[in-house]
Structure formats: structure tokens, C-alpha cells
Design a protein around this ligand. Structure first.
Ligand SMILES: N=CN[C@@H](CCC(=O)O)C(=O)O
Ligand SMILES: [Zn+2]
Length: 406
């Protein structure tokens, strides 16, 4: 194996308090050695061991690759008209999902895989090295299995979202029976988690609870899309069911914030609060109260929610900038939420995990010895530039599992 030394790092964000200072575990004048797909060494550049090859970061900032813990990238079609109508004043409603369902069902496997590859490549160029994606635009047994299979070829984690919306013309009770029964059984061998859109116009509290119970009965982790379009039971349900994350969070009351923070008390694995800044902007909905969540002690993740309806971007840099400029986070807090936070939301931060193709992978979300060698070099001296220069393409180089991917 060829070891690579990355030195000349002006500012290294490790996300490990034992390696550096502050929220990001930051080191100055640092170096990293990667070997066999993993981080082999981290420390002061002056003390770096020799390696076979060298990359000079030339004083630039290095940080973990983004961990995008929430996307919907298996789809076909376009929702430009819906977006235009929204920008002209129409409200977002869950019903738009059915437009993408129709286009996705009509697409060939090759077309879906190609569109996914295009989006994954975009994400990689923007510094994303770990990516979750969901089914949810098939909504028949065959179409959901097909989406899960296509996702498994390209994503690091696949989530089943059969409970996205009741497909047009179907009886809600019969569909819930299908999603919690035969459809779930068919996708269970491929996916690692189950999600439910708990919202008016999608699945109510009791239907959502049934989805979460059915998943748990099959040993699958759960996530919830909650509190996106109004206040609802999503957060409460997610915490009660010990879901890995609850995502969106535009409408929270004090009890929701306390429940999310309290879910981590006594050393328990709690529920990550995942905010989706690009989605909040793109739907002109209130921004999730990320500052309040962190201050209360919740564990925060930032994700892109890349999908054709509510957030057609995979730019984690844009999400981080928005979280700083509009949600009141410090740059270090936002970077941590978009890297380690996402890894915690996916259960990939501490130990090895199995990818959708059955291969064991090292932990992600931090630059520490033993972790997967997922890192990005910014065309900037510090991560502060992510918010100071919003919208600029600052990703200069990306390694994923030790391989240069951008
Ligand atoms: N909220 C549910 N699902 C997506 C939207 C999907 C769509 O509109 O196509 C979301 O996360 O925003
Ligand atoms: Zn989503």
C-alpha cells in the first residue's frame, strides 16, 4: 500500500478534542498520513513521519469530507414549474411528490442510475464523501425495491421511505398495510433504516407510529421527517421510538427541544436533530432553530435534503454558509454538524459499519487515526471562508477512503 502525507495544512479540523482545540479539534501547521484507505497519523507538520507520496496543502484548510445524512437522489423528472409557482407565492404541499413518483416509475433502471451518478458526482466535487439516500419515489413494491437496489450501488446508506406519501388514487389504510408489511419485507435486506414523512398531507401520528414499530420489529433503525410544514408529533414520536434522527424541524415548541436534548442524557444514544437549511430557503419556510437546539444540548446535523421538490442542491458548503449566516451557528459548529453530526445521525461515527453492498467500512466524520480517509482541502486558509465567501466553489481536493475523488 502507498502511504500519502498531506502536509502544509494551515488549519486542520479533526473533530477530535484529544487532537486539537475548540469545537472542531483544530490544529495549526498540521499534517495527516493516509494509508490503506484510513487515517494513519495526525499531528504537527514538523513531526510528520515519512510516506511514499506527498501532497502539499500550501497553507490551506483541511477538514473531514461532508457527511450528507439526508438526500432523495433516486428520481426522474423535473419540478421547475412547481418551484416557479412557489416563488410566485404558492405554498409547498406534500402532493408534489406524486409528480416525481410518476416520472420515476416511467424511467428505466439505467436512467435512474445515471441521474443518481450525476448527483453523486456533483456532491463529491463539493466535498461530500459520505452520502445517505432514500427511496420514496417508487411507492409500489417493485419500484421501491428497484430504487433501493440502484441506491445501494452508489450511496453509503440507503433508507426506505415507502411512507413518503399515499400514492395518488390509493386507499390510505391499504397503503399503510402494504408499507408496513410486504413492501417493507421486500426492501429490508437492502436498506439500513426506515423513514416516515409525519406531516399533514402525508402520514399522521398513528400511521407514523405504525411505520416506526414495523421497522423496529425487523431490526431496522428509524428516521422521521418531522415538523416541516407545521407543528406536529414528529419529534415526539422520533424520540419515543429512539430514532437515529428527526429531520426538518422548522416548527418546534419547548417540549420538542427539551426532548431532543434529553434524548442524550445518561449516556444514551439519542435522536439527532437534523436541519436542512437549503430546503428551508427553497420552500420559503421558517429556518429550523439550530442555535436553540445546540444551546439546549441537542446533537445537531446539517444535511442537504437534495431532492427535486424542496431542495435541489447537494451543496453542503451552501448549507453550512446558510446555517452560519441565517441560523446563528458559528462556522465551527456548522462544520461539525455537517461532518461529525451527519455521521452520528447515520450511526457511522464510532465503529465500523457495513455499507449497502455488505463491505465493512471504518468510522467517518472525523480525521483521527483509524477513521476512513475522507477529507477535503479548501481553497482557503480556514473554514471561516465557507461563510465569509458564500457561494464560492472552495473545494480544492477531496479524498474518499484514501482515493482522490475530486
Ligand atoms: N418531506 C418530504 N420529502 C421531501 C420532499 C420531497 C418532494 O417534494 O419531492 C423533503 O424532505 O422535503
Ligand atoms: Zn427529505
Amino acid at each position: 500500500m502507498t502511504a500519502l502525507l498531506i502536509d502544509g495544512i494551515g488549519e486542520l479540523t479533526t473533530n477530535d478534542a484529544s487532537l486539537g482545540e475548540g469545537v472542531g479539534g483544530r490544529l495549526r501547521e498540521a499534517a495527516v498520513v493516509i494509508d490503506d484507505g484510513r487515517i494513519a497519523w495526525v499531528g504537527a507538520a514538523a513531526a510528520a513521519p515519512p510516506a511514499d507520496e506527498r501532497f502539499d496543502a500550501a497553507g490551506r484548510a483541511v477538514l473531514p469530507g461532508w457527511v450528507d445524512s439526508h438526500t432523495h437522489m433516486v428520481f426522474a423528472g423535473d419540478r421547475t414549474a412547481e418551484f416557479e409557482a412557489r416563488m410566485a407565492g404558492e405554498a409547498y404541499a406534500a402532493g408534489g411528490i406524486n409528480v416525481t413518483v410518476e416520472a420515476t416509475r416511467a424511467a428505466t433502471d439505467a436512467a435512474l442510475a445515471e441521474n443518481l451518478a450525476r448527483l453523486v458526482a456533483e456532491a463529491r466535487r463539493g466535498g461530500t464523501t459520505t452520502l445517505e439516500t432514500k427511496t420514496g419515489y417508487g411507492l409500489t413494491v417493485d419500484d421501491e425495491v428497484r430504487s433501493a437496489r440502484i441506491a445501494a450501488e452508489q450511496a453509503d446508506a440507503v433508507t426506505f421511505l415507502g411512507a413518503h406519501v399515499v400514492p395518488g388514487g390509493q386507499d390510505p389504510r391499504a397503503y399503510l398495510d402494504l408499507v408496513t408489511g410486504p413492501m417493507l419485507d421486500a426492501v429490508a435486506p437492502i436498506v439500513s433504516a426506515v423513514d416516515v414523512f409525519c406531516e399533514a398531507g402525508a402520514f399522521d401520528e398513528s400511521a407514523s407510529a405504525r411505520v416506526l414499530e414495523a421497522a423496529a420489529a425487523r431490526g431496522l433503525a428509524t428516521r422521521v421527517h418531522g415538523n416541516q410544514l407545521g407543528h406536529g408529533p414528529g419529534v415526539r414520536l422520533a424520540v419515543q421510538h429512539r430514532s437515529l434522527s428527526v429531520d426538518h424541524l422548522g416548527f418546534l415548541d419547548d417540549a420538542d427541544v427539551e426532548a431532543l436534548a434529553g434524548s442524550w442524557s445518561d449516556g444514551a444514544r439519542g435522536t439527532v436533530a437534523t436541519v436542512l437549511p437549503a430546503c428551508d430557503l427553497s420552500t420559503r419556510m421558517p429556518l429550523a432553530p439550530a442555535r436553540r437546539l445546540i444551546d439546549a444540548g441537542a446533537v445537531l446535523a446539517i444535511a442537504s435534503n437534495c431532492n427535486p421538490g424542496t431542495s435541489y442542491t447537494s451543496s453542503m458548503g451552501f448549507c453550512v454558509a446558510t446555517a452560519v449566516l441565517q441560523m446563528g451557528l458559528s462556522v465551527q459548529e456548522a462544520v461539525r454538524a455537517a461532518t461529525l453530526g451527519g455521521a452520528i445521525a447515520l450511526g457511522m461515527h464510532e465503529h465500523g459499519w457495513r455499507d449497502p453492498l455488505g463491505q465493512m467500512q471504518p468510522a467517518v466524520g472525523a480525521i483521527r487515526p483509524g477513521a476512513r480517509a475522507d477529507l477535503q482541502v479548501l481553497e482557503a486558509p480556514s473554514v471561516t471562508h465557507l461563510a465569509y465567501r458564500p457561494g464560492m466553489p472552495l473545494t480544492a481536493a477531496v479524498w474518499r477512503a484514501g482515493a482522490r475523488v475530486a
